[in-house]
Write a protein that binds this ligand. Structure first.
Ligand SMILES: [Zn+2]
Length: 460
């Protein structure tokens, strides 16, 4: 039996703050409170005076070692989870892509093998469906039994990832029958493909055209359509990476009608402006991600949506492709620029700085959006998402007086850029614990290799 006590810190959960010592036994939180008189042999004490103790981040939208547009994302489960750990995230739910020609169960097993012995933090998967072959939905029950209790589908990228409306209906209906939930990438892919082709025909082939080909209405229409289809299928639905004011409004309306509709947004939609597409040369390719960045009115609506509870989660959509060897492949045609950017390492720092310190959200709300709500939504609470007796001791020791400087040179993500280059943010993660193990200190990974565990997730 091993004991550890974090003493003198301020514990922040989504429902309140308390000055408390935290006693950890065998990787789980044993007790909270004034424990200074407690005498236990061989107990390690760590002084956390002046520090906040936050539940480790839960990021439910990452693409590690993942096939995408004929390439593979830059971070594998080792580098990606180490980067996550250094940034305070101790749990991931990653997308297990179905690979063409492989069944769902086989694809899931392939992806699981990529994580095994490499991940350093705990992880689960969403099963991503890109080809609804005959009999695919019959596998849902077995997939659920393996602890993978959510599915993901795309309404864009016809010919590679997209399902048509009938298939979306099939997936929603089959998933809800077995108690699963469906995560939807909502964009009108067919309209986007035509707008993109028109731009190329007009010789507007630069990276900035990516944004023009995916206007806000292409997201809003798809969100409205998917909500309608989910109602026909009598199924809950979860929207990934919402980026527009209209999408927030559509989700809000459905929720007020009593429908089980939930939505996330991502770090970059809350903090980066579409003006980055107007940069000269090929620089804009760094923010060719999908949906694209939007203007201020959309950002304000997303923050409002988070504060009011319409949107419940902030994820990273970590989908990294290096600038020099991958993004440049789209040098003559923006459609060939791989879509995605890095973010798993900096989600918490950026949202703390731009959210809490800018007065947009409270500290408790920060914990809720980045840890508690994602854990709850995806069947990991209360094991993850809280510092409470019985929970895993996944804890960030946070110095509110520290600073975090983000640069490509010092990041742990296996990337040659970050969209937050040079951001100097308030607050610093001085230590990160996963199941009671010290795994990161001052932005460096210090834990054991391959220590992450696969998480069997509960149903909704
Ligand atoms: Zn994604």
């Amino acid at each position: 039996m091993t004991y550890l006590m974090l003493t003198g810190g301020r514990v922040v959960n989504s429902d309140g703050q308390i000055d408390a010592d935290v006693l950890i036994r065998d990787g789980k939180v044993e007790a909270l409170g004034n424990l200074s008189s407690l005498e236990i042999d061989d107990m390690q004490r760590v002084d956390c005076t002046g520090r906040l103790l936050l539940p480790g981040g839960v990021d439910v939208h990452t693409h590690l070692d993942s096939p995408m547009m004929g390439m593979t994302t830059a971070d594998d489960f080792e580098s990606g989870t180490k980067a996550a750990a250094c940034g305070g995230t101790t749990t991931l739910v990653d997308f297990a892509m179905q690979t063409k020609g492989d069944g769902l169960l086989g694809s899931l097993e392939n992806h699981r093998n990529k994580a095994r012995d490499k991940a350093v933090i705990d992880y689960g998967f969403h099963m991503c469906i890109t080809d609804l072959y005959r009999g695919a939905t019959d596998e849902f029950a077995e997939i659920m039994q393996t602890g993978v209790t959510s599915f993901k589908v795309f309404m864009a990228y016809r010919g590679t990832l997209m399902l048509h409306d009938g298939e979306l209906f099939d997936v929603l209906r089959a998933s809800s029958k077995v108690g699963g939930q469906v995560c939807v990438h909502a964009e009108n892919g067919d309209v986007i493909d035509r707008m993109a082709a028109d731009l190329v025909a007009a010789k507007k082939t630069g990276p900035g055209s990516h944004e023009i080909s995916r206007p806000p209405a292409t997201e809003v229409e798809a969100v409205q359509r998917a909500i309608s289809i989910s109602r026909m299928a009598d199924s809950p639905i979860y929207f990934v990476h919402l980026s527009t004011e209209g999408a927030v409004a559509a989700v809000s309306e459905a929720q007020s009608g009593g429908w089980a509709v939930a939505g996330e947004t991502c770090t970059h939609y809350l903090t980066l402006d579409r003006a980055l597409y107007d940069q000269p040369g090929f620089e804009a390719a760094k923010v060719v991600l999908t949906p694209p960045l939007r203007g201020k009115e959309h950002r304000d609506a997303l923050w409002r949506g988070l504060r009011g509870g319409t949107l419940s989660i902030v994820s990273s959509d970590h989908c990294p492709f290096c600038f020099e060897d991958k993004k440049r492949l789209g040098g003559d045609d923006f459609r060939l620029i791989p879509n995605g950017g890095p973010g798993v390492e900096h989600r918490l720092s950026v949202i703390y700085g731009e959210g809490v310190m800018q007065g947009r959200i409270s500290l408790e709300k920060f914990v809720e959006l980045t840890s508690t709500a994602p854990a709850r939504q995806f069947g990991l609470f209360p094991r993850k998402g809280a510092i409470a007796p019985g929970s895993d001791a996944d804890i960030i020791v946070f110095d509110p007086n520290g600073r975090t400087l983000i640069t490509a040179e010092t990041q742990n993500q296996r990337m040659d850029y970050t969209p937050y280059e040079g951001w100097d943010l308030p607050g610093a993660m001085t230590a990160v614990y996963s199941r009671g193990d010290l795994i990161a200190e001052n932005g460096k990974y210090v834990g054991a290799e391959g220590r992450g565990q696969f998480l069997q997730r509960a149903t909704l």
